[in-house]
Design a protein around this ligand. Structure first.
Ligand code: NAD
Ligand code: IPM
Ligand code: MN
Length: 370
């Protein structure tokens, strides 16, 4: 029988609540389909800091590097506002991304038909939306050096972050975007700010050169990232794949989340390069949302982003395409049946708790399997 090692890092706030719903699906896949998932557990974020003073321990980092895939909940919260920058909860996630070399973050924004009326935008703007943001995840201003606060000695301090991109980083992320576009509507829009940033000038040049060399069959456009934010809310259906840097990708994907009805709907996959011999790639699956301290512990969290991240795990790490399709169909089906968590609730629908939504999706999955 196959064995597939999954490391679960639930984290903080609503992370553990959302992860509990994925545990149900892992059990169902093991029981009904002999999926062979072996679950390991680890601590990340504030939970790890509370246990051993680090945002992720070396031991859990080793487990992440050895696992077939990592499922990540969310980190952070006001409880850790005062801790040192180096050990703040978010540092655990950034260490995982960097040390696992997860340079490609896929953030699909799909508006499920049943939720077209839940978006803060007009129904015709979001109905049928299916876009993919490909965010560079291990470079740019998140990791560039110097990164520090220096004392200028005159009562002033200077905060410094550095945006850096090398050619190979832009080549490999745009390659991922072009490859994925070929499986979709074959269009890529690259977003940067070449009008202000040197890294933006290089970004645009390298994307264009990569396109010309290997992907001329894909339609490529370029857009300034600020205008891209505006176009995302004006007419998002003009886009298929958007490729952008680490910081712009972070912001644009939160914007895109609201097109789908709620931040609680957006999954993501963070992928490394495929191994040249085995084709296996390091991968971590994480919802786009954070630890939502305002609703944590109340059963109000929407677990769909976490469950849909697990569907991406089935698809990208284990090639379990039928199961991934079925799980996504189960999510759509439950929404079609009028089931809603509080964040996507509207008149005439049935409001469910986090656990009830997880149960409903699990039950629907089983119906679709039968
Ligand atoms: P957030 O995503 O946690 O919450 C923003 C808003 O969206 C809140 O009102 C929250 O209730 C709502 N929301 C988010 N996820 C939801 C869900 N699944 N169901 C229903 N509603 C949901 O962002 P924030 O408040 O800016 O950040 C809170 C903490 O989370 C911070 O410490 C931040 O650094 C951290 N954060 C972590 C991650 C991550 O772990 N990947 C991502 C973003 C933010
Ligand atoms: C995200 C989050 C993270 C980021 C934080 C928690 C480090 O906002 O994954 O979108 O900025 O990348
Ligand atoms: Mn973010």
């Amino acid at each position: 029988m196959v064995t597939r090692t999954l490391l679960l890092l639930p984290g903080d706030g609503i992370g553990p609540e959302a992860m509990a719903e994925v545990r149900k699906l892992i059990a169902v896949l093991n029981d009904t389909q002999s999926a062979g998932f072996t679950v390991q557990e680890g601590l990340v974020g504030g939970a790890a800091y509370d246990a051993h003073g680090q945002a992720i321990s070396d031991e859990d980092m080793e487990k992440a590097l050895a696992a077939d895939a990592v499922l990540f909940g969310a980190v952070g919260g006001p409880k850790w506002d005062g801790v040192a920058y180096e050990v703040r909860p978010e540092a655990g996630l950034l260490r995982l991304r960097k040390e696992m070399e997860l340079f490609a973050n896929l953030r699909p924004a799909i508006c499920y038909p049943a939720l077209a009326a839940s978006s803060s935008l007009k129904q015709e703007v979001v109905e049928g939306l299916d876009i993919l943001i490909v965010r560079e995840l291990t470079g740019g201003v998140y990791f560039g050096e110097p990164k520090e606060i220096i004392d200028l000695g005159n009562g002033q301090k200077r905060g410094i972050d550095t945006q850096v991109y090398d050619t190979f980083e832009i080549e490999r992320i745009s390659g991922v975007a072009f490859e994925l576009a070929r499986t979709r509507a074959n269009k890529v829009c690259s977003m940067e700010k070449h009008n202000v940033m040197k890294s933006g000038v290089l970004w645009k040049e390298v994307v264009a050169a990569t396109h010309k060399a290997n992907y001329a069959d894909v339609e490529l456009t370029h857009m300034l990232a600020d205008a891209g934010g505006m176009q995302l809310v004006r007419w998002p259906k003009q886009f298929d794949v958007i490729v952008t840097d680490n910081l712009f990708g972070d912001m644009l994907s939160d914007v895109a989340a609201m097109l789908t009805g709620s931040l609680g709907m957006l999954p993501s996959a963070s992928l490394g390069a495929p191994d040249p011999m085995s084709g296996a790639r390091k991968a971590l699956y994480e919802p786009v949302h954070g630890s939502a301290p305002d609703i944590a512990g109340k059963g109000l969290a929407n677990p769909i982003a976490m469950i849909a991240s697990f569907a991406m795990c089935l698809r990208y790490s284990f090639n379990m395409v039928a199961e991934a399709d079925r799980l996504e169909a189960a999510i759509a089906g439950v929404l079609d049946d009028g089931m809603r968590t509080a964040d996507i609730m509207s008149d005439g629908m049935t409001q469910l708790s986090t656990a009830e939504m997880g149960d409903a999706i699990t039950a629907k999955y089983l119906t679709l399997s039968a």
